[in-house]
Structure formats: C-alpha cells, structure tokens
Design a protein around this ligand. Structure first.
Ligand code: ZN
Ligand code: ZN
Length: 111
C-alpha cells in the first residue's frame, strides 16, 4: 500500500480565445471588461496613435516605391523625398538653410 496518498486534483484549464482578455491594438494592454465587443482599443488616445502610425507607415512605403530623390541646394547631399526629409525640403539641414539665407541676403545687397 504505497499509493495511499490523498487523491490528486486534476486542474483543467480551458483556454478559450474568445473569452480571454482582448488586447488593445494600440498599446497591447488588456481591454476593460466593460469595453464593447467591437472595441479594439483601450482608449481614444490609443486609437488615434494607431491610425497615425499606420498612415505614416503607408506614406513611407509609397515614398520608397516612388524612390524620388532630392538634393540639397547648398551642399549637394542627396536624400529620398518623403523618408529622410519632407517633400517640401530644399536643404539637408538647418545649417544649409541658414547658409543659403545668408547667401541670398548677400546677393540682394542688404546691409
Ligand atoms: Zn491601448
Ligand atoms: Zn546641405
């Protein structure tokens, strides 16, 4: 009689994905149990952050596809438009912009 211990309780864990805590698509945190069944974000801030990120990623992908490059009017540095610099960028750095501004000023003969 060496197996005369107390009966073991078998713990059965049922994992049901649908009933588990849903996670916020923005921050990955669990949603409040009170959240609507259609809710995917824990709060408005997470929702807007998520969409902003999505939009930025898409803009970036399109810029890579387009592969348009621009170069600095001061030092001839080259970059891909929409990735390293905004589409409207003319100079590679504030330093170059400043230099260009000084050059222009000199050309106009201002004091
Ligand atoms: Zn969140
Ligand atoms: Zn430059």
């Amino acid at each position: 009689m060496d197996r005369d211990g107390p009966p073991r309780l078998k713990l059965i864990v049922i994992t049901d994905a649908a009933s588990g805590p849903r996670l916020c698509r923005g921050c990955g945190g669990p949603l409040m149990p009170s959240a609507k069944s259609t809710a995917v974000f824990c709060e408005d801030a997470c929702r807007s952050r998520h969409w902003r990120r999505m939009r930025r990623a898409r803009t970036r992908t399109e810029a890579v596809k387009a592969g348009v490059t621009a170069s600095c009017q001061q030092c001839e540095a080259v970059w891909t438009v929409g990735i390293d610099r905004p589409v409207s960028a003319v100079y590679c750095s504030p330093a170059c912009r400043k230099r260009a501004w000084h050059t222009r000023r000199a050309q106009f003969g201002e004091v």
